[in-house]
Design a protein around this ligand. Structure first.
Ligand SMILES: Nc1ncnc2c1ncn2[C@@H]1O[C@H](COP(=O)(O)OP(=O)(O)OP(=O)(O)O)[C@@H](O)[C@H]1O
Ligand SMILES: [Mg+2]
Length: 503
């Protein structure tokens, strides 16, 4: 159906793609895998007309296309769900869903806003199972919900091919399962799918074939039959990853963070828990359960209407980021692009942003020390960047996430609130991040791990709190907690939909 032949693409200092040939068959689900920075998104951005390839050719249904422009791509019916969600926060759900494709009436092409909103709400529920008012602002949705709006928007345009660039990085298990149902449904309707993910279990579940990229080159395209996760790790990383999760530390008895009766005006109610020094406490729930909002509310108190938060016995008021840093709180946000990185600053500046004091004498930065520190983090987490001065904006998604992690994990905080810390990160770097988190806990830091990745949650946490509709409904402790148990609890104790295949 679609063929990209000998595609080459360079950016200053980076050879992103080198003679990559990629073929998509009619109606197949084709996985595209590879480490952070391997070139997956770049290949798809070329297909989307966002970048132009330096050399190579794109053919659609056998015929060579002269100019590969946005209009041609749209006419051919290729739709994209990009890794970075491009949403306009101030538009309503209805406006974003129908932007440019609004149903109009009368020759004057008028739009009936009320109708549009009603229709949006209806279509979203039918096509992607999202229940939301059409007049809600997109900025008020969770990233997962924003993504469902985008998927729905693609579906409205009668696509022949849909590209999903890491769609499940921001989705909880149940939402991910819903997405897989949608994808299988699309396949039945003869729509071909290109699917990028670092969750190899998912790839095995839904893909027919995979193409592996490494350092901008194609390693191979193979059928999924008989392939194991280990095979895929071997093909992408070129080596084996031994045991991701090390032995859990014993936490101390000293309470570090104490949250009492914390209540938010909309997102959560009567939340009580504590984190001890050296303890890793996991929090999870279905999308919209309140666990994501809880993370930030602990220090900024935004929207909090009642309750107390204490750090080492002292109450924390409403803090701005610098205040939180001064008190020893590190926060990895879920929304990397808008809250995690400063897009125009360099990799170096982003990494040391929260801990400049640690590389300064008085108010003067010791540049040598700063560079050394940054270099060691770049090496440890294998951050793929041409140099330290590269604007962080130019890094691949997973590498940007590694920068955010580096910034905090080297800040010497007492409490780390980590919201989806390894979303979009490849298997090799994940293992490194897990061992960093372990080290911090061993050194006495407390960690609040907010995660939808159940393996990660179970593998790292001393204790897991489960939220449902804004309240903590369960606490799971002990070394034999399973992902299935967590999942059942997340559903509010319901037994359905517990097939746990994602790794
Ligand atoms: N606009 C750009 N300017 C400069 N370099 C870029 C740009 N876009 C991508 N790159 C570089 O090209 C390489 C491939 O990036 P790409 O985003 O395709 O990786 P990826 O396989 O999608 O990784 P990830 O799993 O992290 O999303 C990276 O080394 C990245 O730094
Ligand atoms: Mg990418």
């Amino acid at each position: 159906m679609l063929e990209m032949v000998n595609i080459n693409k360079s950016f200053p200092g980076v050879r992103a793609l080198q003679d990559v040939t990629f073929q998509l068959r009619d109606g197949e689900i084709h996985g595209l895998i590879g480490e952070n920075g391997a070139g997956k998104s770049t290949l798809m951005k070329i297909l989307a007309g966002i970048y132009h390839h330096d050399h190579g050719e794109i053919r659609f249904q056998g015929s060579k296309q002269g100019r590969w422009t946005a209009r041609v791509i749209e006419r051919l019916g290729i739709q994209f769900i990009h890794q970075e969600r491009h949403v306009v926060p101030y538009l309503t759900v209805a406006e974003s869903l129908f932007l440019g494709i609004e149903p109009t009436y009368s020759p004057l092409k008028l739009i009936n806003r009320r109708n549009l909103e009603k229709q949006a709400s209806k279509v979203l529920q039918e096509k992607v199972g999202l229940v939301v008012e059409g007049n809600k602002l997109v900025g008020e949705l969770t990233v997962g919900e924003q993504q469902l709006v985008q998927i729905c928007r693609a579906l409205l345009q009668n696509p022949k091919v849909i590209v999903f660039d890491e769609p499940t990085a921001v989705l909880a298990k149940r939402e991910a399962n819903r997405l897989f149902e949608i994808i299988r449904e699309l396949q039945k309707n003869k729509i071909a799918i290109i699917y990028i993910s670092h969750y190899f279990g998912e790839i095995i579940d839904i893909c027919d074939r995979i193409t592996v990229l490494r350092n901008g080159q194609k390693v191979d395209t193979v059928g999924i039959e008989g392939l194991t996760i280990e095979d895929m790790v071997q093909m992408t990383v070129g080596r084996e990853i031994v045991d991701q999760f090390s032995e859990k530390n014993q936490s101390t008895d000293e309470v570090l963070l104490e949250v009492k009766d914390l209540t938010h005006k909309t997102d959560f109610r009567h939340v009580d828990f504590s984190v001890r020094k050296g303890e890793i406490v996991g929090i999870t729930g279905l999308m919209g359960s309140g666990h994501t909002s809880l993370g930030m509310s602990i220090y900024d108190h935004y929207g909090v209407v009642n309750g107390v938060v204490q750090l080492e016995g002292k109450p924390l008021g409403r803090l701005k980021p610098e205040g939180a840093i001064a008190k020893g709180i590190g926060y990895v946000p879920e929304d990397r692009r808008n809250l995690g990185i400063v897009q125009d600053l360099s990799v170096r500046e982003n990494i040391t942003l929260a801990s400049l004091k640690r590389v300064s004498r008085g108010s003067v930065i010791n540049q040598k020390a700063e560079k050394q520190k940054v270099a060691s983090l770049i090496e440890r987490l294998a951050i793929r960047t041409p140099n330290q001065e590269e604007p962080v904006n130019f890094l691949s998604g997973g590498n940007q996430q590694k920068v955010v992690i580096s910034k905090w994990l080297s800040s010497g905080a007492k409490l780390y609130i980590l919201n989806q810390p390894t979303a979009a990160v490849d298997v090799g770097a994940k293992a490194e991040i897990y061992s960093l988190i372990h080290e911090l806990a061993k050194e006495g830091a407390g960690i609040l791990l907010i995660s939808q990745d159940l393996q990660e949650l179970v593998g790292l946490s001393n204790r897991i709190l489960v939220m449902f509709r804004g309240e903590i409904i369960d606490e799971l402790e002990g070394s034999n907690v399973t992902t299935d148990q967590v999942l059942v609890s997340m559903m509010g104790g319901e037994q359905n939909g517990t097939d746990d295949k994602i790794s």
